[in-house]
Design a protein around this ligand. Sequence first.
Ligand code: 3SL
Length: 236
Amino acid sequence: MKTIDVCLSPDLIHLHDISDKNVVVVDILRATSCMVSGLANGVKSITPFASLDLCCAMKEKGYLIAGERGGQKVEGFDLGNSPFDYMNAKVKGHKIAVTTTNGTVAIDKSKGAVSVVIGAFLNLSAVASYLRKREESVLIFCAGWKGKVNLEDSLFAGALVEELQNDFTNECDSPLLVQAAYQNMKHDLVGFIKNSSHAKRLNRLNVHEDIEFCMKQDEYDVLPVLNGDELVTDQA
Ligand code: 3SL
């Protein structure tokens, strides 16, 4: 039987062997929600960078450069880290290089897995259906916040565990934990998330619309997968 496990923070990833697993990276607010939105809206590819300097250097190679530090668009960058930036007609057909505080770091740490896919509430069913078809076990990798556990990524993990509960067995207790949290809060996900520490951080930047959008379920039937160093669309 295939197993499912959840890594609640990038600081815990060394405890997991990812070499025989499909890894789902999740950063609901907002990195992976942006990636799903961009590829669903015609962006050609998205190359994630943990380093700001390496991302910046991609401008010379013809990429649009995107991302945030402290939640705010980096000075001189073409895009910030709002899903709405990735839906702008101007980015259609372009290659984007992106760096964010947590999401792109988690993607970097996932290299070496059998496959790396990008999860968000926006593409929950597409992710679940891909994983059901694969032979390997699964690790859901929450980007968290600077090494700390966060609510929104944990709730997404719980939603995905619930979707897959008949196809996978739990490898440890974190799937049980996040599923229980999801079951407890699913009647008002937006309400609970608005109370989370990162939503409060983002509220100071006036991004209420981003938060509500990122919590929409199955807005897109698109599955971003890591191909070499870039995320491209796999038809779910
Ligand atoms: O940390 C990240 O990867 C970002 O998604 C954080 S923010 O929502 O843009 O502040």
